[in-house]
Ligand binder design. Sequence first.
Ligand code: CAA
Length: 389
Amino acid sequence: MTSDGLFPLTDEHKMIRQAARDFAQNEIAPIAAEFDESGDFPHKTIRKMGEMGFMGIEVPEQYGGAGMDTLAYVLALEEISKADASHGAIMSVNNSLFCYALLLFANEQQKNTALRAVASGEAIGAYSLTEPMSGSDAGTMRSRAVRDGDHYVINGRKSWVTSGPVADYVLLFTMTDPEKKHHGITAFIIDTHEPGFSVGKKEPKLGIRASATSELLFEDYRAPVQNRLGEEGQGFKIAMTVLDAGRIGIASQALGIAEAAYEASLNYAREREAFGQAIGEFQGVAFQLADMKTRIEASRLLTYNAALAKEKSKKSGQRFTLESSMAKLFSSETAMFVAHAAVQIHGGMGYSKELPVERYFRDAKITEIYEGTSEIQRLVISRLETGLK
Ligand code: CAA
């Protein structure tokens, strides 16, 4: 039993969840360990996800997407991440960072080119805010874009870009007017096939190893003015607005990881015997399962609630920052809690690469770090609650 009965799931929601579940279990789960080991990008399955409409779920059909709502997106992402969090990361960035930004801020020409290509899954989108010396303090970036006639000349180094090595388009945030700090940041849609762009160091990661992550290098990259997203100086606002949506994606990814780790633990606790009984009969294990299940259902409520808040915002224009940050904070800490317990319940087998449990443990950790660490979520939530800074 899950708590999803509390939410208004339509036939369409149930259908996309089932389609994602079938695809994830039949086509992603069997290859997840192999791609985790090699660290290769799973081009084939990501392409198929594009064909199934999973790479631009909320984008209207006229721009190449599936034209569904945020709850549909969350349900599908949860199922994909349950099979493999790497596929979940790629899907999340494509949908809720790249596509959502263009949906909100792009002009018609940008929607008909970059958005259409990325939402349909023909091209891959990435989001690039972080730099080596600017992570949580996102307003302090060193990369620069200088206007030169009808172009901007961009120089600098970005880091930790999910899908960076394979992206066709990157939503880049860079400084056009350093004196203005936050208000001097501008967003650009970068075509990565143009000169001046190159992929830097590939990050050797603990988890989500099949999702390519790298630095990006800009050396006199010339971005035409028509590839600027929004106005000069609007970049920080765009970055933050879009991260509100991205954090719902990470909450869904974390929920999927937690569910996978929990189900493995439940089965193991029923089957594995020690001292003449199933280990699930020992209170030490049983109570752990109870805590895991309770936290998962609480995460689900927060995550689906954030999805509904985002859906509402499409009409009201109201921010859903609080709902999104709470969902991300709680779900990611739940994923880590559940995966940690899952390894312990499995004992030696939890530590072995013969089972996926150790992968869930490694994959869970990133959800507490990227798209705003747990500390940043606590800062966002407490500032909104107290009204203080
Ligand atoms: N929506 C819209 N606007 C927002 C906003 C939001 N959620 N949050 C802040 N803003 C606006 C503020 O209203 C303010 O605007 P004005 O100056 O016009 O009044 C402006 O942004 C500055 O806000 P703050 O003063 O609150 O900014 P701050 O410097 O204190 O930073 C922060 C706030 C919450 C710490 C922010 O910097 C933050 O979220 N940091 C974490 C960044 C992050 O998540 N990075 C991950 C990058 S993506 C990634 O992980 C890689 C990947 O590929 C997935």
